[in-house]
Design a protein. Sequence first.
Length: 235
Amino acid sequence: MISLNPSHALVLLSGGQDSTTCLAWALDRFETVETIGFTYGQRHAVEIQCRADILAALKADSHWGPRLGEDHLVDVPALSAIGQTAMTSDAKIFIDESGLPTTFVPGRNLVFLTLASAVAYRRGCKNIVTGVCETDYSGYPDCRDDTIKALQVAVNNGLDARFTFHTPLMWVDKAKTWELAQSLGGQALVDLIIHKSHTCYLGDRSQLHPWGYGCGTCPACDLRANGWKRWRTSL
């Protein structure tokens, strides 16, 4: 069995609010934190530049910067090639006959976590951190707690390793995600998420709202905006 360093973590960083919060969570707990992102023909490809801006800002931080390790960017074109969704084309966003939104990319999180595990295997990172959530989410089955736990078992068996999959936001709604960000990094982290992260499914960064950039109408913007309002109201 491969030896993995319990003080090293690999964070799936998309460039969005949730993954940025998870990166801060990991930096607060582990000595060395590497990051991994994926290009897959996503409609909101602007998030790739956003993740670079987020990493640059955190590397300049005197506390967290020294803990940031290597960043990995992996191209997964097959996800868009095997079937168009509203995340990989300009298709309309709506709930289809399956009961899922058309933004659901079948197998995306399964592929991402499997590839992340392969990178973690080579890098010796025991901890793999992802921002999936079953509380405020769009009904994606690959975000469910049962899915992540089952995949951890499968990956550990398949790689003869003992990775730990961490899901800090699994039972946290968007209001609590904003609260967590503030508790981890204060107003500086909240401001970083507002100005640098990207969540909007349409890739719209032409409008700055109190909660960040976005079209303000897609499901992702709606979740983020409502979470912001609930959090601010609770203060």
